[in-house]
Design a protein around this ligand. Structure first.
Ligand code: MEV
Length: 382
């Protein structure tokens, strides 16, 4: 496996960087990367009333070792320092063994609101019909079923108001984000429930809270490498833990702490053709789940390492939506070997943790403005 730790990667020319990370590139793919990759006719397939296409920088963050695999991470962002911060965080994390990922099954959930004169009776009817309903729904998408996906559970939720009942339909969507799959199945379920006299559907739509989908990434950052500006590694790590505790105590700090994580997560979400609003909604919902807005990562010192863990639901896929249409996304997927939603989730949350580490490290030591200002100064010169 080729290492993604390439010293001086940022100093290479654009074409050398392309080749170092993606291998030999054909002329056609080179112009695709240069021109933004989306023709007017392709853009027309995505949204209405187009007048053009809108360019943004596509960058690669090197140094990522994720579950013992090397990765260059594709990132689309307009913010200076974000790619450098991700690369820098990953450089330190690889010295501690890299990022380690656990992720749940890719189950996406549809919420359904039923109108019923007797929620109690409807609840009992649904309980007794549950497995039959799941079988009927599964049969409506034989392709998904044959691949190992399909509906896995149907629950009645607790907080229904008078004459209404709220339901959750959980569907294993495999490598799809699943919005289209669950929205279709939710509407089919509403029809089945109406036909069975259980109740009338008032609404049926995916929940971006993604209650059954979660990815957790942990990385060790050796204390020995964290010393900076007349500060030892131990001191720097102690200050990073104090900043992380501040985010637990103060929601106004937590939201910015999480913004630093989303700098990485959103940039990867966009570069891989996924829905950034869905991902942002899922992450911030997760942060607010306990009733108090909280940080998406925790930091502690264990032995000789600073250890960070970041957890969030991921609302992404490698099939469907823009992933099937955008030529640059298709090129990145095939060149980098991004095949499954699980892989993509691992890349996203690892990048989020790397960005979070780099931001906290900078704030705890030399202050955020120093690095930021250096990049701004570079921009002024051009
Ligand atoms: C800036 O884009 C992100 C930070 O504000 C994150 C943080 O404060 O942790 C630097």
């Amino acid at each position: 496996m080729k290492s993604s730790r390439i010293k001086g990667f940022h100093g290479l020319s654009v074409s050398d960087r392309r080749e170092a990370a993606l291998g030999k590139i054909e002329t056609e793919d080179n112009s695709l990367l240069t021109d933004g990759g989306l023709s007017l006719s392709q853009a027309q397939l995505l949204v209405e009333n187009i007048i053009g296409v809108f360019g943004l920088p596509l960058a690669l963050a090197p140094n990522f070792l994720i579950d013992d695999q090397e990765w260059f991470i594709p990132m689309v962002t307009e913010e200076p320092s974000v790619v450098a911060a991700a690369s820098n965080g990953a450089r330190i994390a690889r010295e501690g063994g890299g990022f380690h990922v656990t992720s749940s099954d890719s189950v996406t959930t549809c919420r359904i609101l039923l109108q019923t004169p007797s929620p109690h009776k409807s609840r009992e009817q649904i309980r007794s019909m549950r497995s039959h309903l799941l079988t009927q729904l599964g049969e409506k998408d034989p392709l998904l079923l044959s691949l190992g996906g399909g509906p896995v559970d149907l629950q009645c939720d607790e907080f229904s108001r008078e004459q209404t009942l709220s339901l959750s339909l959980h569907v294993r969507c495999l490598d799809a984000m699943g919005a289209n799959i669950v929205n279709t199945m939710g509407e089919q379920l509403v029809t089945l429930l109406h036909e069975a006299g259980v109740g009338r559907g008032l609404g049926s739509i995916i929940t971006n809270g993604m209650p059954q989908r979660e990815t957790t990434v942990t990385a060790h950052f050796p204390l020995l490498l964290l010393g900076r500006s007349n500060m030892t590694g131990n001191e720097a790590a102690g200050r990073i833990c104090a900043l992380a505790q501040w985010a637990i105590d103060d929601p106004y700090r937590a939201v910015t702490h999480n913004k630093g994580i989303m700098n990485g997560v959103t940039a990867v979400t966009l570069a891989t053709g996924n829905d950034t609003r869905a991902q942002e909604a899922a992450a911030h919902f997760h942060a607010a789940r306990s009733g108090k807005y909280s940080p998406l990562s925790i930091w502690q010192i264990i032995g000789d390492d600073l250890v960070g863990t970041c957890k969030m639901p991921c609302a992404v896929g490698t099939v469907g939506g823009m992933t099937a249409l955008h030529p640059t996304v298709k090129l990145l997927f095939s060149r980098m070997g991004i095949k499954t939603a699980r892989t993509l989730e691992a890349l996203m949350v690892s990048t989020g943790l790397a960005n979070n580490f780099a931001a906290l490290w900078a704030i705890a030591t030399e202050g955020i403005q120093r690095g930021h200002m250096a990049l701004h100064a570079q921009r002024q010169k051009k």
